[in-house]
Design a protein around this ligand. Structure first.
Ligand code: 16G
Ligand code: ZN
Length: 535
């Protein structure tokens, strides 16, 4: 039997449901059980992608992040540990939607043909899943797909999304400049040791480690955070995990997690919170991080992705200055959702360049590569820092002229190692934030005072067809429907410091309206007026 006959025979066991799938901002997402055919097919596609990339490892992550527990999803990771190249997203969608086995084979043949892929070439696929109840089933089906075309594959089990991205990057750099060791221990050792080195150089004898309460969204981050903090040791970090129940059904992302906290602007009800208690939340697959506390007036204060980016940008700017490095350009990448105050702070106070790009990590990651040190964060808490080759070499090779310069260079090296450059990572982000706060001797209140957020509002509007909403200018301006942007502009100009934009969601069948203005009342009014214009 030919390979295509074998694929056809096996695929018939996983019939495609009557649904149109789309490889969206973060891969396919749907009710877990509905994704069986898609996952089988992605096993085939991941093998093809690896063969196309000369046998370099490709990652496959089964997760639906912050979405509800019955959902699941699948996304592919490219050889550098980043998101699948956009040119292949179309192949994913085509393959997932092939109606019959005949169609499926014809799509496979055309991909192999267009991309000039030798089906007998070597390949390597690494895969993992989060804690969802449908994950074991989907992993099994993925393996069926892989078994047909893939010569080499490794199951990394239940790990966070950023850990899988890290493993992919490690394996593909093994024979050049190894990024790290592709195991959980290797991950913990790399980022944990770098964190300990920063703490050692920053703390005084009087320093006490203040606990950080980590809401793990009852997801995969719980166990992994416990392993990481056990490795690092109580002398260096007191990370107290809660919402860490991954065995009881219907708990994942329910009334907890980074998305809950950011969307509702309040702490998870399960957390006992009082002034001085330091808290943070991960999302269900631990690639998002937000911090929060309540102040002495019992007011909830959220330190979101914008505040995290500002903290990192400030600290790196200072470290570069202390190290006497002037030739590296440090810049920040945000989306239109970034609070206006954060952008202003980084541009006007820190005097750093800020680029605004489309929503979705793949866009931010890409733009961050234009800087020697590119800090990118979405307001929702997903982000990382990227170092160019030039930056890495300059930090490593600069000859210090003074003890202070030597220390700054040493710190820069360790900060570099704490960061997961493959993708935004809640655990590595937590260590980075903790290390910066400790270095600056800052409390969460000190950090919060960097700038005050503009009042802001996000609304979701159900429309008959979201595809008619098309944007330009990093999603800040509508080009379609005709005339709508002019109406929005005429509404916005009535509000001091008003800003509002409308964009179609990349993950849901809805349109999102964002507004900010000088007062909370103005902001609400502005958001609802714009939403009405959209509807
Ligand atoms: C996905 C993206 C997230 C983005 C969100 C926007 C990744 C890994 N995740 O969750 O970054 O903020 O979509 O959703 O890229 P929306 O298009 O529905 O507003
Ligand atoms: Zn996530």
């Amino acid at each position: 039997m030919s390979i295509y006959e074998l694929i056809s025979q096996e695929s018939a066991k996983y019939p495609k449901p009557n649904i149109t799938f789309s490889y969206g901002t973060a891969g396919f997402r749907d009710i877990g059980t509905v994704l069986v055919s898609t996952v089988f097919r992605m096993g085939l596609l991941a093998a093809l992608r690896s063969k196309k990339c000369h046998g370099e490892a490709i990652g496959v992550m089964i997760t639906a992040s912050h979405n509800k527990e019955e959902d699941n999803g699948i996304k592919l990771v490219d050889p550098k540990g980043d998101m699948l190249h956009s040119s292949w997203e179309t192949y994913c969608t085509l393959l997932a939607n092939a109606q019959s086995e005949v169609d499926l084979i014809s799509v496979l043949k055309s991909i192999a043909n267009d991309e000039n892929i030798d089906l007998d070439a070597q390949c390597n696929v690494l895969y993992a899943c989060d804690t969802r109840p449908t994950s074991p089933l989907l992993v099994e089906v993925l393996e069926r797909g892989l078994s047909l075309l893939c010569t080499n594959s490794t199951n990394f089990g239940v790990v966070t999304t950023p850990q899988l991205h890290y493993f992919v990057l490690c394996i593909n750099t093994q024979n050049t400049t190894p990024y790290g060791i592709p195991t959980i221990e290797g991950y913990n050792t790399k980022i944990g040791n770098a964190y300990r080195a920063i703490v050692d150089s920053a703390r005084t004898d009087l320093h006490i480690v203040t606990p950080i309460f980590v809401d793990c969204a009852n997801g995969v981050g719980a166990k992994q955070m416990q392993l990481l903090s056990n490795y690092i040791g109580m002398k260096y970090i007191k990370a107290l995990t809660y919402n860490d129940d991954t065995t009881t059904l219907n708990k994942l992302n329910v009334d907890c997690g980074a998305d809950y906290v950011k969307t509702n602007q309040k702490p998870p009800p399960s957390l006992e919170i009082y002034p001085t208690r330091r808290c943070c939340s991960f999302d269900g697959d631990a690639d998002r991080l937000v911090y929060y506390f309540i102040d002495n007036d019992n007011k909830f204060k959220l330190l979101d992705g914008d505040k995290i980016a500002s903290l990192i940008a400030l600290h790196f700017r200072d470290l570069l200055q202390s190290a006497g490095i002037t030739k590296l350009n440090l810049g920040v990448v945000q989306t239109a959702y970034a609070n206006g105050s954060s952008t202003k702070y980084m541009r006007n106070t820190l005097k750093l360049p800020v680029s605004i790009t489309n929503t979705g990590v793949k866009y931010l990651h890409h733009v961050a590569q234009n800087y020697d040190i590119g800090v990118y964060f979405e307001a929702n808490g997903h982000g990382s820092v990227l170092f160019s080759k030039e930056a890495t070499e300059t930090i490593k090779n600069t000859e210090p002229q003074s003890p202070a310069q030597k220390e700054a260079l040493h710190k820069l090296c360790n900060f570099h190692d704490v960061i997961n450059e493959a993708v935004g990572d809640a655990m590595s982000g937590l260590l980075l934030v903790e290390a910066i706060l400790l270095s600056r001797q800052w409390t969460l209140e000190n950090w919060d005072q960097m700038y005050s957020d503009m009042p802001n509002k996000l609304l979701k509007v159900k429309v008959a067809n979201r595809n008619i909403f098309q944007t330009t200018n990093a999603e800040q301006t509508l080009v379609s429907p005709d005339g709508l942007q002019e109406i929005i502009d005429s509404i916005v100009c009535n509000y001091p410091n008003g800003r509002s934009f409308v964009r179609p969601s990349g993950t849901e069948d809805a349109v999102r309206v964002y507004a900010e203005a000088s007062t909370a009342n103005d902001t609400n009014e502005l958001a609802y007026k714009v939403a009405k214009a959209v509807y």
